[in-house]
Ligand binder design. Sequence first.
Ligand SMILES: Nc1ncnc2c1ncn2[C@@H]1O[C@H](COP(=O)(O)OP(=O)(O)OP(=O)(O)O)[C@@H](O)[C@H]1O
Length: 328
Amino acid sequence: MIHARGLARTYKTRRGDVDAVRGVDLDVDAGEIVGFLGPNGAGKTTTLRMLTTLLRPTRGEATVAGADLRRDPGAVRRRIGYVAQSGSTSGEARAGEEVVDHALLYGVERSVATARGRVLFEQLELDGLWDRKCSSLSGGQRRRLDIVTGLIHTPRLVFLDEPTTGLDPQARANLWTHVRGLRDERGSTVFLTTHYLDEADALCDRILVIDHGQIVAQGSPEELKQRVSGDAVLLSASQPTDVARIAAIAAQLPGADVPTVDGHLVEVRVPAGRTLLAGLLRSLDAEGIELAGVELRRPTLDDVFLTLTGRSLRDGESPAQPSEGAAA
Ligand SMILES: Nc1ncnc2c1ncn2[C@@H]1O[C@H](COP(=O)(O)OP(=O)(O)OP(=O)(O)O)[C@@H](O)[C@H]1O
């Protein structure tokens, strides 16, 4: 559904060139929900704007929904839906009108657009709001209206730029259900950007991690966690005098990193903690070592990112990248 090779974009600014995206290769299959994850300024929106024809790549090639991005951007535009970060609905318009007007731009007949719009309103829990002014809708309702607008011309591929930013946890969870519904009930392919690790984890079949304009990892959430970080085993000693012996035994686990010690707590990272835990406890028991507690901590996507880049995904704006005073 999406195949990109060497996609790059350099912004010319008064302070020099900003290499926002530095050669991205990506493949997205039909029916996948793919999350594009990265910290502020990593290049997510720039990539999305290139793939949706809103920004011309400086370098690289892509086919999107079967059309060539450079040679046939019009066909790409007709075949995709795009829900921008800022939304696209205008405050004074009525919700239903707004959606139908958008469909007319795509050459959909008014009667068809109205019928489709009504169905989508129902599917996205907006029924009863057709005649309401957009400005009177809640944040969650307005975000769902943005999504209806992005879907009204029945695109096979939908791009969502930070669909849940600014929503409360309940509204976010509802929106996740709706995004899954797009794939399960309509067979749509969804490509979304997000800052939220829990969102990527819960929602996406596959994740692409971008940092400084380059893809640094990709895979299913589980694959990424296993490949990069392994599990953390935390062993709490009953007797402070046992800490060094616990660390020495933990260090012998297959594939173990060097254990770290913090007071009476020993932490060791291993590739698959669950399978090693029983043997580890037997070894400690055989040495007569008593534990006050044992905990197995599964890796998070933040651990993945930290391992890959040495930074947390929640670190905010990257100091290495200029962020303003720019002209496209
Ligand atoms: N119009 C522009 N002119 C110059 N530089 C820009 C422009 N738009 C973005 N940039 C820079 O390009 C880099 C990538 O920005 P982009 O918006 O693609 O990142 P992002 O991952 O979407 O960030 P965020 O999560 O904050 O939306 C950043 O350093 C940003 O400051």
